[in-house]
Each structure stands twice: as structure tokens, then as C-alpha cells.
Ligand binder design. Structure first.
Ligand code: NOJ
Length: 594
């Protein structure tokens, strides 16, 4: 079973950076199709399809996106300033990581008030303006909802900690230490926190320990107490009433723990924090969480406007993932994240083929959600890149994300090829986990550096003298302005793919059928066209060698000839034959089949 520290898939290393210039071909047909993509209505969705089924959802880490008031920290008004860019890119919704009032120990994931906005990000009025301005551009706003824990400064916890008899004592998980031991060295069991060391914190005032799956300042709520569900669901309603399009549910598999608090079994090895590895089955993904999900879904479904429930669901396999949809009953989350695909972390065509097929066939017809990047993990550029062909590899990842049938989730800067830029000195680290784990785990600052807008001071992110995290050095060449002006940039690659996916009925609806299924080097699939709509062939060379592939044996799936829609590499621009196709290293070829 995965632990948070394992799925962070962190790679502490210096990142070599080579920008590879590729010659990219966009045939005229695609150019004209994409010209107005920011404004195209989502008219081709079938009537019954909810909006999120074909969406591209873009994660904004608000501290790092755009600073509007020169403090060096991003804010809501900054997001408003950049909405035109997001519309131009063609995205459908933004997920904003937490903006609630918070002591910011975990940069917002430690909430001290669920029904307000932290002054460093703005106000409720700013939030309402953002929702309105986004709506005017056809963009929905999704909130981050942290249900597993609060801040230790939340009034609920302050009350709970005030005495053993307080009416909110049972809202959190309090327990005596192990008999025979002496506090603070006798926690109730051996569970370790995802951020290192014991998951129990001794509280002198009341002489008991409280449980925290994450930082000490993030006490876990007790979901076995129905008052907790009532209170948290109330906060969900608060935002639904304000018009949000849905929620990304933080760390949602961690809601329940073994009520007997049995010791976890130990696993071989020591983690980055010096703790013995252990099985997480007693505190992650317990079956009780599904009841809460069903009740939440039923409440949210009563709201108009197809609100969406997305789960942060790091799970061991597709069978577990299916349960988060409610399987064939479809009564839990709309879009639990499928992290099986995006976090394969190596360009292995066989594994990608298998996992994309699993998402197609093993989740009871539910809608998959793929994601390669977020604020907790080393960026995909570095996880998949080889230091030489990184940009070409990034095009492959974007192609998988945007040409499969899944809903797509992106992370700010992914479209530019932003890299993870780790702190080089422990004293510069902002994410506490990077201090505990230094130097094996340098924390998550590296993937949270400011968005790179242009080549001016602070990459156009802020006018401040210093920004909360330093801007990555590559901003001078890798930024929105430069890439926007270059039709062959990675940014424009994303934009073209998003436009195709939005306007092409086959890419929207067509079944995915894997081709050449024993090829270990090339991933190929067809998105099957319906009446009047040609099928689309997607071919990606996962290796640094030229690979030759042929599809003309599959007449049922691939009739006639092909015409290129989008390709990396000159040689594929005019490829029409489906026989003996020479794919240059890491090439992508997307073709319409006539
Ligand atoms: C998952 C969030 O993505 C991460 O940033 C946070 O630290 C933990 N959950 C705890 O809320």
C-alpha cells in the first residue's frame, strides 16, 4: 500500500537542462481550426454529457500564479488578470488550491476558517468577482476542500483541545498514551505521519494525544462523529451556494482510521524522515469513507449546474479506483483522479497501454481523469525527461493527456515545460517537509515556483523585491510570452491539442482502441469515429531511436489513408501511407483516417 511519501515520487537531484528545439508541423487545416479556440463554444458535447466529461481542468497554486499587489505572493485578483490567457489556452475550469484563512503551515491545507478567504489572497468579494469574470470567459471555478483535517488554530480544534469534557472533544481523535509509557514518548500506537515521525502529538493541557496524518498543526477530524460530517457538509454548501463548480477533495482516502488503533505492520526500509516504513492499510482507504462519499454526492447532486466532485485518490490499482466512483452505481465521486497513468514515471509503452486500457474498460463506464502534474510532485518534465529530449517527451505526455478519452487535469506551467527547481540550501526551504526530510526529500518548493509569464523582473509574476519562492532561472527563455509567439512551442502544442479535443467529435467521444499491442517502443491507438466523423490515429515513439510501424494490416480499424493533423518532426507532416511509417526519436503523429 502506498504512503504519501512514496507516491510523492520525489527525486532529489540536480536537474540538467537542455532545451531541444524541434521542428513542429501544423498543417493549415489545424491552424485554421485552432485560430479561435479560446472562444469556441462547447457545442459538440452531446446533450446529456456533463461539462466536466470533456473538460481540461487547470490547477492554480494561488501563491505562485500572479501577484496583483506587489507582496511577492500570488492572489485572487492576480488570477483575474490572467483569465484571458487561460481562455486563450482553451481550458474549461480552474481548480484553485486552498485560499481559506490559514496559518499557512501547509500553505493553505491547514484551514482555520472554511467560510472565508485568507487576506493574503483577497476577500470573499474578490472571490465572487473571480467567479463572475471566469464565467464570462466560459471558465468554471473549482475549490479545494480539505475534509480530513483542520488547522490546530481552527476554533473547532481550539475548543476540542480545551478540556476532556468539551462538547467538541469528540470532533478530533484523542487518545491516552500506551499504558506503561511516559508522555510524550508513549503514543497510542506506532503510526507515522505522512510528513515524518509519530502521527500522534501529546497535549499537556489535557494529558492525551491527538492524531494527525499530516503536519502536527493539522489535527485529523473524527469522521466517526456525525457532528463532524454535518459541520463539514455545511461548509461545502457555503461554497456551492456561492456558485463554485465543484471541489477537489484533498487526501480523501485518509478520512477514517482503524477504530482499535492497532499497530501498523512494519515494512522493510527507512523513509526520508528516518522512520521505519510501514503498511498504511489501517489508516488509508478504509471502506467507511464510501458512505461519506455517497452522502456527499447525493447532497451535491441536488444543486443545479452539474457540480463536480474530484478526488485526490492515490490508490494501488484500478479496482480500488472503481470503488471511488461507486462502481456500477455511479453514486460516489464524478472524477476520482487516476494516478496510475500519470505517475508511471517512465516512458514504458507497455505500461501506458495497459493502464490507459484499464481506465477505458475496468471502471464501469465511468469517466477517467488523468493527471501528470500537481503541487506535490516533482514536475513531469523532470520525472519523465532524460535531460536531452525533455521537450519532445513533454509533447508525448501532453498528447496522452489530451487525446485519450479522459478528462484532463493540468498544473500551471506544465504547458510551458516548467521544471522543478529545488532549493539548494536547507535554510531556503519553505515547505516544512523539506526541512524534516533534507537532503533526501527537499520538499515541494521546487514544483511551486512562480508562473513564468515573460522575461521581465520576476518573470512578470510580481513587482516585489523578493517573491515567496524564487523564480526558476530558465524563465528568460521559457515563459508564456516567448512561447506564445512561437507557433512551434510546447505551449502552442498544448493549445492545438486542446483545440482539437474540444472541436473534434471523435476525440471527444470516440472509443480508444489500442493498436500494435505487443510493440514495446511505440504506443499507438485509434479513437474510433462515429458516422460522418473520421477515426483518429495517435502514434508516439517512446524511444530515442527511429522506429518503423505499419498499420495497414488492420483494415477494419484503419481504412484507406491518413492525413496529418498534428506532428512533431518534419518527416511526418505529409505522411499518408499507413505502411512502413518511420517515426523519428520521441515523435508524435496524430492523423485523421479517411
Ligand atoms: C494533499 C495536498 O495536495 C498536499 O499539498 C497537502 O500537504 C496534503 N494533502 C495535506 O493536506
Amino acid at each position: 500500500m502506498c504512503r504519501y511519501t512514496e507516491w510523492l515520487s520525489r527525486i532529489g537531484r540536480t536537474i540538467p537542462f537542455f532545451l531541444l528545439t524541434l521542428s513542429l508541423i501544423t498543417p493549415p487545416a489545424v491552424q485554421s481550426q485552432t485560430k479561435h479556440n479560446g472562444q469556441k463554444p462547447r457545442s459538440q458535447a452531446s446533450e446529456s454529457d456533463p461539462w466536466w466529461k470533456h473538460a481540461v481542468i487547470y490547477e492554480i497554486y494561488p501563491r505562485s500564479f500572479q501577484d496583483s499587489n506587489g507582496e511577492g505572493i500570488g492572489d485572487l485578483n492576480g488570477i483575474v488578470q490572467r483569465l484571458d490567457y487561460l481562455q486563450w489556452l482553451g481550458i474549461d475550469a480552474i481548480w484553485i488550491s486552498p485560499i481559506y484563512p490559514s496559518p499557512q503551515v501547509d500553505f493553505g491545507y491547514d484551514i482555520s476558517d472554511y467560510e472565508n478567504v485568507d487576506p493574503q489572497y483577497g476577500s470573499l468579494a474578490d472571490f465572487d468577482r473571480l467567479v463572475t469574470a471566469a464565467k464570462q470567459r466560459g471558465i468554471r471555478v473549482i475549490m479545494d476542500m480539505v475534509m480530513n483535517h483542520t488547522s490546530d488554530k481552527h476554533p473547532w480544534f481550539i475548543e476540542s483541545a480545551s478540556s476532556r469534557t468539551n462538547s467538541k472533544r469528540g470532533w478530533y481523535i484523542w487518545h491516552d498514551g500506551k499504558p506503561g509509557g511516559v508522555p510524550p514518548n508513549n503514543p497510542p500506537n506506532n503510526w507515522t505521519s505522512n510528513f515524518g515521525h509519530s502521527a500522534w502529538q501529546y497535549d499537556k493541557t489535557t494529558g492525551q494525544y491527538y492524531y494527525h496524518r499530516f503536519y502536527i498543526q493539522q489535527p485529523d477530524l473524527n469522521w466517526r462523529n456525525s457532528a463532524v460530517e454535518k459541520a463539514v457538509f455545511g461548509t461545502v454548501r457555503f461554497w456551492l451556494d456561492r456558485g463554485v463548480a465543484g471541489f477537489r477533495l484533498d487526501a480523501i482516502p485518509t478520512l477514517f482510521e482503524d477504530p482499535k488503533l492497532t499497530d501498523a505492520s512494519e515494512l522493510p526500509g527507512i523513509n526520508a524522515y528516518g522512520d521505519r516504513n510501514q503498511s498504511s492499510t489501517l489508516y488509508e482507504n478504509l471502506p467507511e469513507v464510501h458512505g461519506v462519499m455517497r452522502r456527499l454526492r447525493s447532497m451535491v447532486d441536488k444543486y443545479s449546474g452539474q457540480r463536480v466532485l474530484i478526488g485526490e485518490t492515490y490508490l494501488p490499482n484500478v479496482q480500488e479506483l472503481d470503488k471511488w466512483y461507486g462502481g456500477a452505481k455511479h453514486d460516489e465521486l464524478n472524477l476520482p483522479m487516476d494516478l496510475q497513468v500519470g505517475f508511471i514515471n517512465k516512458l514504458d509503452a507497455t505500461l501506458f497501454r495497459q493502464r490507459i486500457s484499464d481506465a477505458e474498460t475496468k471502471i464501469n463506464g465511468n469517466q477517467p481523469l488523468f493527471v501528470f502534474d500537481n503541487h506535490d510532485n516533482v514536475r513531469s518534465w523532470n520525472r519523465y525527461g532524460d535531460g536531452v529530449n525533455d521537450e519532445a517527451i513533454a509533447r508525448i505526455l501532453a498528447t496522452i493527456l489530451l487525446t485519450t478519452r479522459s478528462t484532463a487535469m493540468m498544473y500551471y506551467g506544465e504547458e510551458l515545460g516548467m521544471t522543478t527547481t529545488q532549493p539548494t540550501r536547507k535554510e531556503d526551504v519553505k515547505d516544512p517537509v523539506g526541512i524534516t526530510g533534507w537532503p533526501q526529500d527537499k520538499g515541494r518548493d521546487g514544483e511551486r515556483t512562480p508562473m513564468q509569464w515573460d522575461d521581465t523582473k520576476n518573470a512578470g509574476f510580481s513587482t516585489a523585491q523578493t517573491t515567496w519562492l524564487p523564480v526558476a532561472a530558465d524563465y528568460v527563455t521559457k515563459n508564456v510570452k516567448t512561447e506564445r509567439d512561437n507557433p512551434e512551442s510546447l505551449l502552442n502544442w498544448h493549445r492545438k491539442l486542446i483545440a482539437m479535443r474540444r472541436t473534434n467529435p471523435t476525440l471527444r467521444e470516440g472509443e480508444t482502441i489500442m493498436l500494435d499491442t505487443t510493440n514495446p517502443s511505440v504506443l499507438s491507438y485509434v479513437r474510433k469515429g462515429g458516422t460522418g466523423h473520421p477515426s483518429i490515429l495517435v502514434v508516439m515513439n517512446f524511444t530515442g531511436n527511429t522506429e518503423i510501424v505499419s498499420f495497414d494490416g488492420q483494415k477494419d480499424l484503419i481504412p484507406g489513408k491518413a492525413s496529418t493533423l498534428l506532428a512533431s518532426g518534419i518527416s511526418l507532416a505529409h505522411q499518408t501511407s499507413l505502411n512502413g511509417i518511420a517515426l523519428p526519436a520521441y515523435a508524435v503523429w496524430i492523423a485523421s483516417l479517411e
